[in-house]
Design a protein around this ligand. Structure first.
Ligand SMILES: C[S@@+](CC[C@H](N)C(=O)[O-])C[C@H]1O[C@@H](n2cnc3c(N)ncnc32)[C@H](O)[C@@H]1O
Length: 265
């Protein structure tokens, strides 16, 4: 259905998604603080590092240059949410950019959690599965501007182009997109660098997610962090989370809202 005829709908959808995410924030922050305490008791350096990332979520502070970058990202999102341009999307043949941005991108509160995690972890090479219009990649890249870079994978070329525009508009110069299906792009991309952070946010099917985690874990640098979005999305994703968090190469794990975190050995 062409939702460009009803441009107010994506904004309403976005407002609902963000309101829900914002209402959950106090609980997520206090759970992050509790999990940090639990991880400290493990007396393991990887668990300690994860505890520090969780503490930065509990503190929820963004200062200096990244703060300005996050404002510019939200200005770019504001424009996307008003775009009636039609682009290819999933099972539907086309969909308005505004609708895709409202439905699939991390809302500001969720994206800010990722920003805190990446800010605390400080990876040099971050990989993201699922670019969409570039919002979460921008939040993560803003946390490592000048020290690291984000490579994001996306199947739709049109979305990849919009992601590049989002980054340009937000002054993010350390993100790039690789176009193609994960099945074709993940292997070669993983082989091209030493990855110390991954965010898996596309194709939310349990077996596929387990495969992506295994592939990333095999290729990643020791002590890398893997974040998975939507671990509560469906039965398959719930089962996948229970399985991956018990992998022998996982030293510590935590959950922030609907995002699972795995600190690898
Ligand atoms: C939930 S959206 C990503 C949202 C983005 N991370 C953000 O928060 O701004 C998932 C994206 O993954 C892409 N995707 C899904 N399955 C894919 C696959 N098998 N290969 C490549 N891209 C895929 C979709 O086209 C979509 O843009």
């Amino acid at each position: 259905m062409d939702r460009s005829a009803r441009p107010w709908q994506p904004s309403l959808l976005f407002a609902r998604v963000e309101l829900k995410a914002r209402l959950l924030l106090p609980r997520i922050r206090s759970s992050a603080a509790q999990q940090a305490e639990r991880l400290r008791q493990q007396a393991d350096p990887r668990a300690e590092r994860l505890a520090q990332a969780l503490e930065s979520i509990a503190a929820d502070r963004v200062l200096g240059q990244p703060r300005e970058a996050l404002k510019r990202i939200e200005a770019a999102r504001h424009d996307l949410l008003r775009s009636a341009e039609l682009v290819p999307w999933a099972e539907e043949s086309t969909q308005s950019l505004a609708w895709i941005c409202a439905r699939a991108s991390q809302p500001p509160s969720g994206a800010r959690l990722l920003h805190h995690v990446v800010s605390a972890w400080q990876p040099r090479q971050a990989i993201e599965l699922g670019t969409c219009v570039g919002i979460s990649a921008a939040y993560q890249a803003a946390a490592i501007q000048g020290t690291g870079a984000v490579t994001s994978l996306e199947v739709y070329p049109a979305l990849a182009r919009y992601a590049e525009r989002t980054w340009e508009r937000a002054g993010i110069d350390n993100a790039r997109v690789v176009v193609g299906r994960f099945a074709d792009t993940l292997g070669p991309t993983l082989a091209s660098a030493e990855w110390d952070y991954a965010f898996i946010d596309g194709n939310h099917q349990g077996p596929a997610t387990e495969r992506y985690v295994a592939q990333v874990a095999r290729a990643a640098a020791p002590g890398a962090l893997v974040a998975l979005d939507d671990i509560d999305y469906n039965d398959g994703m719930r089962a996948a989370w229970q399985s991956v968090r018990r992998r022998p190469d996982v030293a510590a794990n935590a959950v922030i809202g609907k995002i699972g975190l795995l600190a690898l050995r």
